[in-house]
Design a protein around this ligand. Sequence first.
Ligand code: SD4
Length: 329
Amino acid sequence: MKRRNFFKFGLVAGALSLVKPLKGATLIGQSFEEKANGPIVVSTWIHGMEANKAAWEVLSKGGKAIDAVEKGVRVTENDLTNRSVGIGGRPDRDGHVTLDACIMDERSRCGSVAFLEGIKHPISVARAVMEKTQHVMLVGGGAHKFAVENGFEAAKTPLPEVKKEWQEWKKENKDLFKKPEINHENHDTIGMIAMDVNGDFSGACTTSGWAYKLHGRVGDSPIIGAGLFIDNEVGAATATGLGEAIIRIAGSHTVVELMRHGYSPLEACKEAVNRIIKKHDDLTGLQCCFLAIDKQGNIGSYSVYNGFNYALKTNSEEKMVDAGFNRNW
Ligand code: SD4
């Protein structure tokens, strides 16, 4: 593993800083790019560290990326202290914990569930949609029925402590749709992408979405091409942050398509973020982050604001990496 473009970025940033102060641009000496040989797993935010360990149990034994990513994100779904993924998540404004997840493999097969309540592992239901049905996406009651019929574990939501917090929130927040806070824990989806020993890609993305959202709201995370996209000829991308903005540019698909046209993962993530910035007049609270790997094992990540980081695991390294960003908050 070695950092790429260290000097290139350092010199450019250094030269720019002579002209005018850098406002949240590339930090001098930090490339925001990584490169790995052999299997790779990366996933969003700090909870990715534990999830990557589980994924690595599969990848290190020569297993398939699709099995690795499912196993990996199940760790986060299983963590009842996590307030933004799985059944420990915060509810919508009506008190329902509605879960979104999707999965995609190296053959571009994909499955997704959205607006799913009371099921412990949405990602595995998404995989079952992919493998057992002719469909890509099941939502709401239909997704729940499918999950129960296929023996997936049910769970009562919200958890009592989460319900209490929501009741307090309701008393204080009468406004229809409060803006999310940047990097607040209510925006902590896990998006995981992996390349296995055969050079094949898969990805998984799972979330309880925007805390206290409108009932019925679905974000980017279960939408193939928005929260996640794989093209085995090119690479993989996933997203986290404000789903509405990510959907508007078909974010993860855009990143993969840019890589197809020669952008590095970092450049592709940066271009996607720049498109989001261009399309919004008000960036207050609008954090969006992309994470990508290409076929050569290059890894890059970029976000609107600072504060986003991702977990990386390879044959030689296990660490958190800061993403590049456009501005400080
Ligand atoms: C959503 N993108 O529902 C998700 C939330 C998220 O980090 O990513 N949080 O909009």
